[in-house]
Design a protein around this ligand. Sequence first.
Ligand SMILES: [Zn+2]
Length: 883
Amino acid sequence: MTRPRARHASVSGVTILALALGCVLAVTARSSATTGPAPGISRELARERARSIEHVRYELAFELTPGMTQAEGRVRLSFEVRGGAAPLVLDFGGDALTFAELDGAELDPAAIRVADHLVPRPRPLAPGAHVFRARFRAPVAPAGAPLTVFRDDASGAEYHYTLLVPADAHRLFPCFDQPDIKARFVLELTAPAAWTLVANQPPQGEPVVRPDGRVVQRFDETPPLPTYLFAFAAGPFAVVEAPAQPGAPPTRVLVRPAKLGSLASQRLIRMHHDASAALARYFDVPYPFAKLDAVLLPSFPYGGMEHAGAIFYREDSLVFDHHPTDLEDANRSTLVYHEVSHQWFGNLVTMEWFDDLWLKEGFANLMAYRLLDELEPGRQAWLRFHQRLKQRAYRIDVTPGTTPIWQELRNLADAKSAYGEIVYDKAPAVLRELSSRLGDDVFRGGLTRYLRGHAWANARWKDLVGAWSAAGADGLDVWSRNWVLRGGLPTVRATWSLDEGGRVRTFHVEQRASGVGGAPTWPLDLTLLVAAPDGRRREVAVRCDGPSAAVPELVGEPAPAWVLPNPSDSAYARFVLDERSAAALLDALPGLDAPLLRAVAFSALWETVRDADLDPARFGATALTLLATERFAGSRAQIVAALTTTIERYLDAESATRLRRALLAALTGALERGELEGLELDTFRAIVRLARDPADVAWITAVLDGTHPITGLELGARDRFEALAPLLAAGEPSAAARLDTLRRERAAEDGAWYAYAVGAAVGSAETKERYFAGYLNANEPPEAWAEDSLEFFHWPGQEALTAPYLPRALDSLGWVKEHRKIFFLPAWIDAFVNGESSPETLAAVDGFLASHPNFEADVRRKVLQSRDSLARAVKIRAKRWPL
Ligand SMILES: [Zn+2]
């Protein structure tokens, strides 16, 4: 699974991401007689069932009808009992159970429902084969349901799709909803004849046409799959087909017909084929499934979800109505490569429990960048890895809200909280470091053993460690203890002193724990890049396994001009600069020629700012200079994001206005002079985010109206909507009429969605109240709309309107966790906690934490993660810098 992508660079010190978690367990006890199993799926229940249940097979049938609010379904579930000591417990949280039968004996459906479960018989079943049959109804809604419907305003068409990760399959049908009871699925869908139906496996023969004109389509039986990977989708899709290629499966792309013209379908098919073939070679394990479909779904809550043989994607991650920017293009590639990697890591071999979520997500992200490096050379894969993944990981891992990569999980009802930067960003970073330490042969050899040894079954991270050991690795105990089982990371800096002659007297590398407690140090192998005053540079290797390590090679040398730790970005730690190096690198940075080195130095300076050890105004001046010549899109995004955060959060009002105007002048000037070929759209988006003054708003208006044309700038529909945000926020008189017109003109291009999102920027109390109420409505608007609007709700300069919502936002955390999908909760917390930078906001957050000491630990951690950037902003603003 992949998070939705933020369209704008990080603006608050924390990337604005969406989050959406699944579902709510309806916890009303429907049966009175028995105390029964607890809500959700507990570890104990899962263990007991995994021990006693095997050979599970579901025959499922669903009726799909336009306009439905419930789906009718039936299931025939066959399984074998190995001899368990506990009663049979199934999971079901759908709307209604209308018929149930166990081994041919009919049951009272109401009597067997207990919380989220079905207990068909209170005593243990006899060993051997059993069959449970049921008919049921499950909810269908634009949001908050296991079967989601998207209603296309323009065409009136409906698209239905399942999204059951991490444990929502039981909200759709009765099942054993845990990843380590893999089952074979046979699916039958009944639907209008005009709809294309897609499932994990190919259709089994031609559909049968019923007398009412509807069709019944069966699909081939799946190989063993966990419930969270079962999926289907239905709707009047356009379909592009491609046959199998050597090493790659047959592939179809399904998309709304209106988007077909903008879809680079052949490129998309080639990416899926190339990735499949490359991964089959790398893992030395063939592609595991019969086919690979890519289903593009509007307002899908994640970037993608790796259902076995049928990846579901968020349509706007893959289809662009404009020439995609370099960042959009690269993100599209890593998204596809991520999801294809899951077909091995996660789908062929599945985690036993969601505490090992990091295995599949960490590997999928590592492989995504490996494939970008291999299949699209020249895309600077590892520079992007540094700029996107590692920066996000550091930002969370430095906080007291961080967790180990492996996260204990007592109940699947809390599994959504395991998703986040630690599994998506830290896990691939430490895996990459491990792969360079073990060498590619051992690393790959272990992966092949692991995938072959556990194919079609489940495994734990210790199985992978065992596979690497068998392939020749050693020292993995220490690695596991420090990087898998322990949260946090070291902050590392070099310190040195000089003698009277100006030569190095002492030189050390020091590390201290950032964020969480526990042992203060990590075993670290790193390099230092040491620049002499004459400009010559040398690299020195240092092993730092304790709080401090001496670097004798440098003693007696002339004083360095600057020292930069980890110049090639191989180590995982937070690197900050000593005072002397920070000052020198502010000047030297624009002259560093290698893009990765420049980015690493920039990141180290930025971390030093975030530690309140470097004047943000001085940093801002250097960043502005750097931007003038930087032409790599990822690096420009990193610089613009840091500058935007500096302006919005770290500087006093007067300095912020000065820097914002200087940045806007630099961006608009470079655009108008035609200096930014290929970067025009990124630059325009940055301008939109920064515009406040009437002159800037007028500039945007003129560009939108075409009275001020910019060569090379091609705006998509969504950009036209989002460009209205500064107009709406400023109360520009034409703004509301422009939004209305655009919504009408662009109705076929998701105008209603984009208009909803950007409309949150209107600076009135009534508007904010209306949006806030919508956020706490489970079924409308679609979750992607709500999520996309959070950024506009918190439009900069509207703190007086939005800050008062913080207490209500915090009080709603339980509801949000329960009703929204995986990435909504962190986005929610971050929007409200990090939308402001004032001591009052910090005090309100701390007051909430103090008055809710026993608040759900997973949610509390997310609050602590967002609080960190807020606290840094407050500290930096309070500091007085020497002139
Ligand atoms: Zn994933």
